[in-house]
Ligand binder design. Structure first.
Ligand code: PHB
Length: 386
C-alpha cells in the first residue's frame, strides 16, 4: 500500500516535471553580455539595471525566484553561437537577455529562434532583429540603430547644416546608424558627403580626423559607444575640430562616458531615448535607487536592463509565474506598456519600443534633455513578417 502511494507520488512528480518546472523552481535567466572589452561597462550596467528591478520586487518576478547564468560574449561575433548555446543547451535557461553588440546579437537571435527560447535584447540595435529576423519570441527594450540616428537628421538640418561626413566602426550598428542619420538628414534637405569608418573595435582615429579637417563638412555625425566613444570624443577635441566642425551623434557617444571624456565632451548634442534631467517622478525614483545600489548614476544601458526585467514581470504576471505557458507569456510581453524611467513605451508588432527620442546637450556630467526630437518614433521594421 505504502509502495503504491510512493509510486503514485513519484509518478505525479514525474508528470509535473514533464509538464514543466514546478512553481517552487527558479526561473532561469541567461545573461549573454560583454563583461570585457570596449563594451564591458555597458554589459555591467545592463545587469545592474535588471537586478535592481528584480530586487525591487523582493527578488522575484511573477512570484518566482530568479536564477542567473552568465556568459561574457566579449563582443565577439565569431564566438557568438557557441556562447549562446552554452546558455540555451547547457544551462537550459528560460529567457535569454542579451546583448550589446549587433553582430553578436544577430547570432544570438538566430540561436534563440532555432531553439524557441525567448530573447529580450537589452541593447543591440541591429535593425534585422526586429526586421527580417523578427519572431514571436524576440523582444527588445532598447532601440534600433536607425531610431536615434534618424532623429538627429532633421535636428542637424534645422541648425543650418547642409553637408555632413559620418564616422563609425565598420559593423552593423555603425552602418545602420549612419544610414539612419543620412535618411533623416537628406529628407530634411542636407547631404551626406562621405561615410568614414575603422574596423571594430579599433581606436586609431588620426587618419579619419585628418580627412575630416581637409574636407570641411558643415558637421560630423558619429556612432561610437563605450571605451571607443571616450577615445573618439577626446581625439576630436584634441585635434581642435570641435571649434569649426561641430560633432553630433547617437547619444551612445556621450552616455556612461562623461566622467572619462571630461572637457572634451562639453556642449555636444546627441539624440537618444533617454536623457538626464527628465525630472519625472518615475525617473527620479529609479535614479535614486540605482545610485544607492551601485554608487553611480544610471545611464541608458542601465535603463534598458531595468526595463528587460519589467518586461519579464509583465509576461510572468499574466501567466502567474508559469513560464511554461510560453505563448501567453510572450503575448503579454508584446502587449505590455512598460513604465520605463525614459517615459512609458509600448512595443511595435515586431517587438521594438515605440518611443520618444530626446535631444540632449552635455553639461558637466549630464546629457541634459533639451526637447523631444521625435515623438513616439517607431522603427519601420522593414522585412518583418509575423
Ligand atoms: C550595437 O552594436 O548595436 C550597439 C553597441 C553599443 C551601443 C549601441 C549599439 O551603445
Amino acid at each position: 500500500m505504502q509502495h503504491a502511494i510512493l509510486r503514485g507520488a513519484a509518478a505525479s512528480a514525474l508528470l509535473c516535471l514533464a509538464a514543466g518546472a514546478s512553481a517552487a523552481d527558479k526561473i532561469k535567466v541567461g545573461f549573454m553580455l560583454p563583461y570585457s572589452g570596449t563594451y564591458a561597462a555597458l554589459g555591467n550596467a545592463i545587469e545592474n539595471g535588471f537586478k535592481l528591478y528584480v530586487a525591487e520586487q523582493g527578488g522575484k518576478l511573477g512570484g518566482r525566484e530568479i536564477e542567473y547564468f552568465k556568459v561574457d560574449d566579449e563582443s565577439n561575433p565569431a564566438k557568438a553561437s557557441e556562447n549562446a548555446n552554452r546558455l540555451i543547451k547547457r544551462d537550459q535557461v528560460d529567457v535569454l537577455v542579451g546583448t550589446v553588440h549587433s553582430g553578436v546579437a544577430m547570432a544570438l537571435a538566430k540561436a534563440a529562434k532555432d531553439s524557441n527560447t525567448t530573447l529580450i535584447v537589452p541593447n543591440a540595435g541591429a535593425d534585422a532583429i526586429t526586421g527580417p529576423m523578427c519572431g514571436p519570441g524576440i523582444f527588445r527594450t532598447s532601440f534600433t540603430n536607425w531610431q536615434p540616428a534618424y532623429a538627429m537628421g532633421p535636428v542637424a538640418a534645422a541648425r543650418g547644416h547642409k553637408t555632413a561626413i559620418t564616422v563609425t566602426w565598420k559593423y552593423a550598428a555603425g552602418d545602420e546608424a549612419v544610414n539612419g542619420f543620412q535618411e533623416g538628414f537628406e529628407k530634411a534637405g542636407g547631404k551626406v558627403r562621405k561615410h568614414l569608418n575603422v574596423p571594430f573595435p579599433n581606436v586609431e582615429f588620426q587618419s579619419l580626423l585628418t580627412e575630416i579637417a581637409a574636407s570641411k563638412p558643415d558637421m560630423v555625425f558619429a556612432f561610437f559607444a563605450g571605451g571607443g566613444a571616450v577615445k573618439f570624443v577626446q581625439d576630436y577635441h584634441a585635434a581642435g575640430l570641435g571649434k569649426t566642425i561641430p560633432l553630433y551623434g547617437s547619444g551612445f557617444l556621450t552616455d556612461g562616458t562623461l566622467k572619462a571624456q571630461g572637457d572634451s565632451a562639453q556642449g555636444l548634442l546627441t539624440t537618444l531615448h533617454y536623457a538626464d534631467g527628465l525630472n519625472t517622478p518615475r525617473d527620479n525614483t529609479f535614479r535614486a535607487a540605482y545610485d544607492k545600489a551601485y554608487g553611480m548614476p544610471p545611464d541608458v544601458y542601465a535603463v534598458q536592463g531595468y526595463d528587460a526585467a519589467q518586461m519579464m514581470q509583465a509576461g510572468l504576471a499574466a501567466v502567474k509565474g508559469d513560464i511554461g505557458k510560453k505563448d501567453d507569456f510572450r503575448k503579454a510581453m508584446r502587449g505590455a506598456t512598460i513604465d520605463s524611467p525614459r517615459g512609458s513605451f509600448t512595443l511595435s508588432a515586431a517587438g521594438n519600443p515605440v518611443q520618444d527620442i530626446y535631444l540632449r546637450k552635455v553639461n558637466g556630467l549630464d546629457n541634459l534633455v533639451q526637447e523631444v526630437a521625435a515623438r513616439k518614433l517607431a522603427d519601420p521594421a522593414r522585412g518583418c513578417r509575423l
